[in-house]
Design a protein around this ligand. Structure first.
Ligand SMILES: [Zn+2]
Ligand SMILES: [Zn+2]
Length: 577
């Protein structure tokens, strides 16, 4: 993509041009300058002036005479919510990889013109102000937050409570599929509006869903103030429920994260990675609400909701990382785990639980706890409304900014207020958000008529040890967690398992068969060789019981749904009108 930008009225001797290192909502470093080339800068007299390179992300221009025009090319071939993709079918533009900006000019308004590629009649869908091919942004923060789909966009529009919503789709499917999908999107929008009791004032006058469902796209969703980018390699026909789940998640963000904004993310820093203590709330609570909204909108059945809840609970109950990092500390890992890619080994399987399911499970525990304490009069919806009233709705004095981002202590205070019980709020935060405890999900879920049970009850278990099945040897390919029975025997990543109970094992199937000859609590001997290839080690494993859990509706697990269960469940899962 060829880009040309003009910076008039430059009052500093040096104009510091930059390409962003980071991207709002994807918290790691991406160093978009890696795809920028053929950079030329021109001064006020139109002559080319040379640049110096202060670092890998900047071009400094001196001797410009008061204005600078810069031209550059940028390569992009990755359809998702962070990167750039330009080809014969579209220009899918996330702004951070595409836009060269300048230090000190953040508050200047921007004007953007798109040039139609030869022979194309593409349209632009975006949250930028404007129409046709001419758009504006009030400042750099808003510009960088405004992705653009420039292509053969199919648009559907609907209105809820006098708010306009646009669904802009680039896909290979049919109009009928889009029509039906847009109707389901509207159902989700209505249910989410009911959680908060109102919609935000969308600055351009509407909210825009930007969807690219294309075989060469990468599965993703990325929230913005007045829009979202949703990409998938599967079509509406192939993957309707999953695509709607992304819709539900991303749209919830127009309150939670975009306006109810955690400290650390505001304002966004394009020179470095932002860090937040509260992604368990910003992302995790959103992860809880997405599937809940699908259930309330009647777009998934009860078994599907139970499966989703089971997944959240499983990650927290059995994730070894909970003993190492609290939910707050997991949030601080975002700059490394959210899109960061390096080659060295990490021990995250044992030390990190993603703040998505971790925070989702915390939201589940908090919602059910509030309901249980108050006969369903106070719920997590009240907490979200409390956060909205105090931190989201007041908004910002400048468009694209949030004046009152919240801290963990702020969220705790809102919970104290909403629940009317400061001791409860303090205890909940101390144990589950800043501490290492897991809530008693079995009893919380039982009230709503769901059973939390072991998936493989009675099955003996060595740990979730995985083996490389390709070679002739049985090499351990993942970290062995301290909580797993095999750990005590000294088995570790890269070791080669040779024997169980004196019998040679050559395949993963051999291991399973040997382990399943025993009951939980039985002791087995193993023989293995470490990666130095030296002498064999022998160890003893006291087999555990497979700890993995699932959640099922009580009526489909042989139990009885009482009227109290049904009433509790309905007040939780039934649609709001
Ligand atoms: Zn597209
Ligand atoms: Zn999200």
């Amino acid at each position: 993509m060829q880009v040309e930008a003009t910076f008039p009225d430059v009052t500093t001797p040096t104009l510091e041009l930059r390409i962003s290192r980071s991207s709002p909502g994807r918290y790691s470093l991406h160093d978009f300058a890696k795809n920028v080339y053929d950079v030329h800068t021109y001064g006020s007299n139109g002559r080319e002036v040379p640049t110096t390179r202060p670092d890998a992300y900047g071009w400094n221009v001196t001797g410009h005479g008061g204005s600078v025009r810069v031209t550059y090319k940028i390569y992009g071939d990755y359809v998702d919510g962070t990167y750039l993709s330009v080809d014969e079918t579209h220009a899918h533009i996330n702004m951070p990889p595409a836009i060269m900006w300048a230090h000190g000019l953040d508050e200047r308004p921007d004007a953007i013109t798109f040039e139609q590629p030869a022979g194309k009649r593409w349209t632009v869908a975006t949250q930028l102000h404007g129409s046709g091919l001419e758009f504006t942004a009030p400042n750099l923060q808003y510009l960088m937050d405004s992705p653009v789909e420039f292509g053969p966009v199919a648009m559907r529009e609907f209105t809820v409570d006098s708010h306009r919503f646009r669904f802009a789709l680039h896909h290979l499917g049919t109009d009928a599929e889009l029509d039906a999908f847009a109707r389901d999107v509207e159902k989700i929008v209505r249910q989410e509006g009911a959680v908060y009791g109102e919609f935000p004032q969308y600055e351009p006058g509407y909210y825009t869903f930007l969807a690219d469902y294309l075989p060469w796209a990468h599965g993703d969703g990325m929230e913005h103030r007045n829009s979202t980018v949703m990409t998938a390699s599967r079509s509406i026909a192939q993957s309707r429920e999953q695509l709607l789940d992304t819709v539900a998640h991303e749209f919830f963000h127009c309150w939670n994260v975009e306006r109810i904004r955690p400290q650390g993310l505001e304002p966004f820093d394009f020179d470095r990675a932002n860090m937040s203590d509260s992604l368990w709330l910003a992302e995790g609570f959103t992860q809880y609400y997405g599937p809940l909204m699908l259930q309330r909108a009647g777009l998934v059945d009860l078994n599907e909701t139970a499966r989703t809840i089971g997944g959240l609970v499983e990650s927290v109950v059995n994730g070894p990382g909970r003993q190492v990092r609290s939910a707050v500390e997991m949030s601080r890992m975002a700059p490394f785990i959210d899109g960061g890619r390096t080659v060295d080994r990490v021990n995250w399987p044992n030390t990190v639980i993603s703040y998505y399911p971790f925070g989702g499970a915390i939201a589940l525990a908090l919602d059910l706890s509030l309901r249980a304490r108050t006969d369903s009069r106070v719920t997590l919806d009240d907490f979200m409304r409390g956060m909205w009233e105090q931190f989201g709705k007041p908004g910002g004095t400048r468009e694209g900014y949030v004046d009152r981002p919240y801290s963990v202590a702020d969220a705790q205070a809102v919970l104290a207020n909403v629940s009317g019980d400061r001791a409860f709020a303090n205890e909940f935060f101390r144990r589950y958000i800043e501490g290492h405890d897991a809530a008693d999900y079995a009893s919380l879920l039982a009230r709503a008529g769901f059973t939390l049970r072991k998936r493989g009850a009675g099955r003996s278990w060595l740990g979730d040890v995985r083996f490389d099945a390709r070679g002739r040897s049985l090499r351990v390919v993942n970290l062995v967690a301290p909580e797993w029975p095999a750990y005590a025997a000294g088995l570790d990543q890269d070791d080669e398992l040779r024997q169980i109970d004196g019998v040679d094992v050559r395949t993963e199937g051999d291991v399973t068969a040997m382990v399943q000859r025993h009951k939980p609590g039985d002791r087995i001997t193993i023989v293995f060789v470490d990666r130095s290839g030296g002498a064999a080690h022998a160890g003893t494993v006291t087999l555990g019981e497979d700890p993995h859990v699932e959640v099922v509706p009580i009526e489909s697990s042989g139990g009885t749904l009482t009227s109290a269960n049904r009433s509790f469940r309905d007040r939780w899962l039934q649609p709001r009108s």
